[in-house]
Write a protein that binds this ligand. Structure first.
Ligand SMILES: [Zn+2]
Length: 189
């Protein structure tokens, strides 16, 4: 993979984690921070929540919530170990790359579905726009309001949405290509 591909993949991954965190009422930046710390711990032993807390300066409670969220999608795994001095059971967390790739793959499929629905909506409707405040109406809505903006009474003008459609088609084609490549990789032994 090229550097640009890698960078885009990392950005997509962090964006995905931010969204997940927001959905789970967790701080998105801290979630990314915790995940990045795990990615950077390259010795393979993994990090305990105590060690994660020392490195990130975040509370262990918050760290455990983020780990639980990531574990529910198998984006991280853990192994049981012993505390080096007290001997108590501890869990060492590490990134699970198969789970990460699977999560990104399903996220892309969902985005693709949304983009296709949006394109279908744009293709099957005619739109009108208010030149004063930029509000947008479907043909049915504009018809209902006698083709004047209900907010400011300005005459509505028909909108050319061909650029929107063109943009959506391009995004869809790119994503389809990415998904095709992901499927090849996921199928590879
Ligand atoms: Zn208006």
């Amino acid at each position: 993979m090229s550097n640009a591909d890698n960078k885009r993949k990392t950005e997509a991954l962090f964006e995905f984690i931010r969204r997940l965190a927001l959905k789970n009422r967790l701080d998105p930046d801290n979630a990314v921070k915790i995940f990045t710390t795990l990615l950077q711990a390259t010795d393979g032993k993994g990090l305990s929540d105590e060690e994660l807390s020392e490195i990130t300066k975040l509370r262990q409670g918050e760290i455990r919530n983020v780990l639980r969220m990531l574990y529910s999608l198998r984006m991280v795994g853990y192994r049981r170990g012993r505390h080096p001095t007290t001997g108590a059971t501890r869990y060492y967390w590490y990134p699970d790359y198969t789970g990460i790739n699977m999560s990104l793959y399903w996220r892309k499929k969902k985005v693709l579905e949304k983009l296709r629905q949006r394109l279908e909506y744009e293709e099957s409707n005619t739109f009108f726009r208010c030149p004063t405040d930029g509000l947008r109406y479907t043909f049915e809505e504009a018809f209902e309001f006698d083709f004047t903006c209900p907010k400011c009474n300005t005459m509505l003008v028909e909108e050319d949405n061909s650029r929107v459609k063109e943009y959506l088609r391009k995004r869809i084609a790119m994503l389809e290509e990415e998904i095709r490549r992901d499927e090849e990789l996921l199928r590879a032994p």
